[in-house]
Write a new protein. Structure first.
Length: 116
């Protein structure tokens, strides 16, 4: 599967951005989707994601500010980011976890830069 992420950019602290990730093919429902982020010298961390039971989980650092959603007909997962902080600056990656094979696929990453 191919994942195409977009929507990153430069935003002032307190601002908002919406990231999008389009999943190629017609099997979007077979994937459990999530957003991760990574900064230089640090491990990639989970930001928000759906669970296999279709619950939603968020990193403590983004709870109340970020919202993950999906549009199944459009094979797209979104990450709405509000009240952005400097520490949200990172490359954001969408991730697709195949429900059956457990194969993980990653998008190319989109850079979010939050300036003060």
């Amino acid at each position: 599967v191919q994942l195409q992420a977009s929507g990153g950019g430069l935003v002032q602290a307190g601002g908002s951005l919406r990231l999008s990730c389009v999943v190629s093919g017609n099997f979007f429902s077979l994937y459990v989707m999530a957003w991760y982020r990574q900064t230089p010298g640090k491990e990639r961390e989970l930001v928000a994601g759906f669970t296999r039971g279709s619950s939603i989980i968020y990193a403590d650092s983004v709870k109340g500010r970020f919202t993950i959603s999906r549009d199944v007909p459009k094979s797209t997962v979104y990450l709405q980011m509000d009240s952005l902080k400097n520490e949200d600056t990172a490359v954001y990656y969408c991730n697709a976890d195949h429900r059956v094979t457990r194969r993980l696929d990653w998008g190319q990453g989109t850079l979010v830069t939050v300036s003060s």
